[in-house]
Structure formats: C-alpha cells, structure tokens
Design a binder for this molecule. Sequence first.
Ligand code: SF4
Ligand code: SF4
Length: 303
Amino acid sequence: MKADRNKSGVIFNIQKFSVNDGPGIRTVVFFKGCPLRCRWCSNPESQLAKIQILQDPGKCLHCHHCIEICPAQAVCEASTVIHIDPFRCTACGRCAAECPGKALRLEGQQKTVQEVLDVVLQDMVFYEESGGGITLSGGEMLSQPDFAEALLIASREEGLSTCAETTGYAPESVFRKIAEYLDIILFDLKHWDPAKHKQYTGAANDLPVSNMKYARSQGKEVLPRIPVIPGFNDSPEDAEQFSALLKEIGIRKCQLLPFHQFGENKYTLLGRDYAYQNVSALHREDLEDYRQVFLDNEIQAFF
Ligand code: SF4
Ligand code: SF4
C-alpha cells in the first residue's frame, strides 16, 4: 500500500537526537491524544486529542485582552485566574499570539505526513550511522491510527527503521493494522493487576496485554517498559507478578523507568492539580532490590 502523504494528524512535538526511544539515534514524533489518564503522567498536555491553550498564571498581566478578542467567547477570569473553556475554544491561536505577557501558548499542531517526514529525514545520516530511525510516541499514537499508519508506511518507503512507544491500549484490529508497519514496539506496561491498572489509569490492562502477546506472536521486537511509581507498582510482590506476566507472554527482557517529576510544571500550565507533588523521585539505586527480583526470575531488567 502506498502512503497517503497528505493525511494529517495532531502532534505536539518532534524531538531530534533521542537515544532513549529505541535503538540508535532517533527522531521522536509525539502524537496528541491518549485514552488513558495515568495519575503520574509526565506529558499531561498530550492527553487531550485537540489542540489547546496552555497558560502560565505567573506571567498573566490581567489585562483581559484575551477575554475581549476571543471569537469563541471561551475565556473568562475566575478568582483572578484566566480560565479557558476547552469545549468552546476552537484553537484559533489568537489569544496566544496577542497576549502581552506571553502567558498563553498553543499546544499541538496539525501536520501532514509529508510535513513531519520533511523534519525527520533531515537526520538520515545519523540514522544510517547509528541504526536509528523514527519513533512514534505521545500521547498515544494508536489514538490517531490512520495518521500513524500513513506516517509509518511513508517512513518505510524512505527506508527508515520504525519504532513506537505505546500503551498498547487500542482495539486489537487497530493495533494489528499499525503493528504491521513497526519494526520495534516499546510497550509501557503499567501494572500486572487489571483492577489496579484501572484504578490508576482509567482502564484495565486486558488490551495492552493481549496486544503485546499478538506482537510477540508475529515475531516483532518487543520491549516492555515499566514506569516504577511509588505506592502503585514498586513492591517486591509487584516485581514478582510483573516477572510472571512477562514469562507468560514469552518476554525475557524489560526496562525499568524510575518515577520522576519532570511533568510537574505542565500541570500548572494546564490549571490542574498534580497528584504526585509531594512524592519523591526514585533513582536507580533505590530500585536495585526491585530489579533483582526480575533477575532472579530470569528476566533481564535494566534501567
Ligand atoms: S491576554 Fe495574556 S496577560 Fe492579558 S489577561 Fe489574557 S492571559 Fe493575561
Ligand atoms: S485559541 Fe482562539 S478560541 Fe481558543 S481561547 Fe484563544 S482566542 Fe479563544
């Protein structure tokens, strides 16, 4: 099938020279929109599928210019804080462009496959030397399946190695359609227990697990990545159960991602509370015993 390079989707970043999102040097394309709501999410600006306005209240001059010019009447001031109604906002960008305090920012851009590829292909020489390529991330790239499919097909037409970082949370038919064009799949595996997965992310883990099994059955290179979150999945018992699940799927390797608070400021810009504000970050040395449980179960866990 030939790629439809005019197909467009909403992304919120293209990050070059990444060495943590698949083999070699890669360019990571961040898709907007995610079906999960992980409480610790470090990219909360990616959750809403549509383009939206972020605001830094500390920079607001309270001039009310945004309220006056918004053609959708989406802006008001409540308790001395500018409030933007995401359902009314049409993402025209006028308020962000004209804000004298630079307190507003448009998050997300509509881009075609060709526009994204034009950026990605600038670094072809680095991919060839390092074994890298393109990685689709998010948000959740499976939430824009037609755009993801077209971008992956076009990437393969250009000879790029294709990788995705995914929750695996999508109907099996959607996942299978996209997986066909992926060389490497990095699965964010959040919890082994369906009930706890649902409590902390809003959805059970049945689809991620069944899609991971499918990817393995197709001989795909699969790497589960476990975000280790305090009080959620960081006990020795959790490590035992993760190991058992990985063995059942036929996977002998995983990456551990210690909890960090890099996304905290973004919650402020979104006007949302951050549930992990007073929770300390984890470091590799904190998780050596945890990692040892995987190793004892013959799962090659690494940071
Ligand atoms: S235009 Fe900018 S500085 Fe003025 S009230 Fe709106 S957000 Fe604040
Ligand atoms: S982006 Fe446009 S519609 Fe949305 S709040 Fe700003 S001016 Fe209003």
